[in-house]
Write a protein that binds this ligand. Structure first.
Ligand code: IPE
Ligand code: IPE
Ligand code: MG
Length: 238
């Protein structure tokens, strides 16, 4: 088989397996999350160096609120620390930072750091780094439906104006390209409510490697695999 694709323009990653990584070593789950942040840094820098257009990282799902309160608290603290400490990586690599999800439900201090990160990096012209925070794929579709319903109510659009394009324009991901490649670490063969609308024709790649053990060599493997995928979009290959 020949190489069909170049690099993916947009890579989405379900960063899973932090807890299992820690348990295997007799450590607390939060140690797994701390170690996972190092992989975030390494993979972000590697993707920026390779001139990937965008990476979208699933950092906290809307369902993750069902975890023990202490784990959630520590995750939020870690997220805040990450946002502060990563500023240099983001600026040094000309990265534009953004987020998707119901950000308004996150702790206020985390929201402030997010706003600062977005503002600071808004004129950067390199890779887009998008963090999915308090993100749920179904919630995203519901929120788009609410926005469209309001526009109909206000007489700005007619119900029959609603199509795939208008829905797309009302998603959190409006203006972004759909992911070409979705990577999931930790071995589970599911999408866990991530980017349901956007991954219709995304190539999936699952590795048993836990997120804290995921390094640039593993990314390289995923990219190599992607390069040989035949993307048909329901059509036929000549
Ligand atoms: C992924 O690791 C990180 C978050 C969901 C925040 P997990 O915490 O889900 O780790 P496992 O799946 O229990 O190993
Ligand atoms: C998906 O991992 C969410 C994130 C990586 C943030 P989960 O660990 O929450 O997913 P499930 O529970 O295994 O489906
Ligand atoms: Mg998990």
């Amino acid at each position: 088989m020949s190489e069909q694709n170049g690099l993916p323009r947009h890579i989405a990653i379900i960063m899973d397996g932090n807890g299992r990584w820690a348990r295997k070593r007799g450590l607390t789950r939060i140690r797994g999350h701390i170690e996972g942040v190092k992989s975030v840094r390494e993979i972000t820098e590697e993707c920026a160096k390779r001139h990937i257009g965008q990476i979208t990282l699933y950092a906290f799902s809307s369902e993750n609120w069902s975890r023990p309160r202490l784990e959630i608290e520590l995750l939020m603290r870690l997220l805040k620390r990450y946002l502060i400490r990563e500023r240099k990586t983001i600026m040094d690599n000309n990265i534009r930072f953004t987020v998707i999800g119901r950000i308004e439900a996150l702790p206020r201090d985390v929201q402030e750091e997010i706003a600062e990160e977005i503002e600071m990096s808004k004129n950067n012209t390199g890779m887009i780094l998008c963090l999915a925070l308090n993100y749920g794929g179904r919630a995203e579709i519901v929120d788009a439906a609410i926005k469209l319903a309001r526009k109909v109510k206000e007489g700005k659009i007619l119900p029959e104006d609603i199509n795939e394009e208008t829905l797309r324009e009302n998603m959190y991901t409006a203006g972004m390209s759909d992911p070409d490649l979705l990577i999931r670490t930790g071995g589970d063969m599911r999408v866990s409510n991530f980017l349901l609308w956007e991954i219709s024709y995304t190539e999936l790649w699952v590795t048993p490697v836990y997120w804290p053990d995921f390094h640039k060599e593993n990314l390289e493997e995923a990219l190599r695999d992607y390069a040989f995928r035949e993307r048909r979009y329901g059509g036929l290959v000549q």
